[in-house]
Design a binder for this molecule. Structure first.
Ligand SMILES: Cc1ncc(COP(=O)(O)O)c(C=O)c1O
Length: 328
């Protein structure tokens, strides 16, 4: 950690419009730091969406807490009305994600967080640069995290960051990423080596002047898909939101057949995700047989099709033609 890391933290926090940023070596580490900052531990419960990338849940287990799943709604994000049902006296935090970059219903999630006095942790690994009511995502929670993994819009190849407006949390996060060190070789917290290197921060800094253009290009291509694809459904987008389209997600009944057909025609796809996190072997015991019908249905119908800023119009037309031909 040197001047490039410091610069990267300053540039990214000013881009997002939040006071403090702490760079770490992955989005997963950022989540672990966030939970440690509020002292999540054994006996605590943390509410997470039933459909998310595995890291959201793993961070809860790293802290010996119990994940409690809440189903998603048609935005593919955690359903705020179901979050309330999951709150008990053991609930220590709520973690939401913005699925594929599509912003969650922050006004409802924050109302619940305030009413029950339970911190909202935003796992914004997928929503860097998205907006909710004119405010950038990765800023609405008490603590927010993001990922700079190679597949992300802004990348340090591997990396992540923690954002907050709370100075105490900021100071604690800085210590936790560096072995919990609060004075020279003095460690008040259990931390880890989650430091970002200057070399990777420099890679991040080199992209800051074009991040808005990257988002704009993705949004243009996403709109082109939406104008031209036929017979597909999309996740619901809330009014006054702007997605970065980290994923371009379609929902179709014959997902597996379409997926194989596209792959056979040279089109790479992702099934994000093939099952609710509650069904993953690592998490199954925590769901105690509870079913999450929306997450289950989405995991049967969801498909992410190619979207990146260098995707050409010709390539996009080919993808559209194949999907429309398959779906008749
Ligand atoms: C929702 C979510 N949370 C956490 C992560 C973890 O980020 P990283 O791969 O940087 O550890 C990801 C990665 O894509 C993610 O999609």
């Amino acid at each position: 950690m040197g001047p490039e890391v410091k610069k990267f933290e300053e540039e990214v926090s000013s881009y997002l419009g939040i006071n403090y940023a702490v760079a770490v070596n992955s989005g997963t580490s950022a989540l672990d730091v966030a939970l440690k900052c509020i002292g999540v531990g054994e006996g605590d419960e943390v509410i997470i969406p039933a459909l998310t990338y595995i890291a959201t849940g793993n961070a809860v287990l790293y802290n010996n807490a119990t994940p409690v799943f809440a189903d998603i709604d048609e935005t593919l994000n955690i359903d705020p009305s179901l979050v309330e049902d999951k709150i008990t006296e053991k609930t220590k935090a709520i973690i939401n994600i913005d699925f594929g970059g599509n912003p969650s219903d922050y006004s409802r999630l924050l109302k619940i967080s305030r009413e029950y006095n339970i911190p909202l942790i935003v796992d914004g690994a997928q929503s860097f640069g998205s907006e909710y009511n004119g405010k950038k995502c990765c800023t609405h929670g008490l603590i927010n995290t993001t990922s700079f993994h190679a597949a992300k819009l802004l990348t340090t190849i591997e990396g992540g960051m923690i954002f907050t407006n709370d100075e105490e949390i900021f100071q604690k996060a800085r210590c936790i990423r560096n072995q919990g060190e609060t004075g020279k070789y003095y460690h008040e917290y259990l931390g880890n080596n989650y430091r970002m290197t200057d070399i990777l921060a420099a890679i991040g800094n080199s992209q800051m002047d074009r991040i808005d253009r990257i988002i704009e290009m993705r949004r243009e291509k996403a709109h082109y898909y939406r104008e031209n694809l036929k017979n597909v459904e999309y996740p619901k987008e809330l009014p006054n939101t702007k997605s970065n389209y980290f994923l371009f997600v379609i929902l179709v009944d014959e997902r597996d057949k379409l997926n194989h057909y596209l792959n056979r025609n040279g089109i790479e796809t992702r099934i994000t995700y093939p099952m609710p996190i509650s069904e993953q072997p690592v998490f199954k015991k925590y769901s105690r047989g509870e079913r999450f019908p929306v997450a289950e249905e989405v995991s049967r119908r969801v498909l992410s099709i190619p979207l990146h800023n260098k995707l050409s119009r010709e390539e996009q037309d080919y993808i559209i033609e194949k999907i429309n031909a398959f779906l008749g």
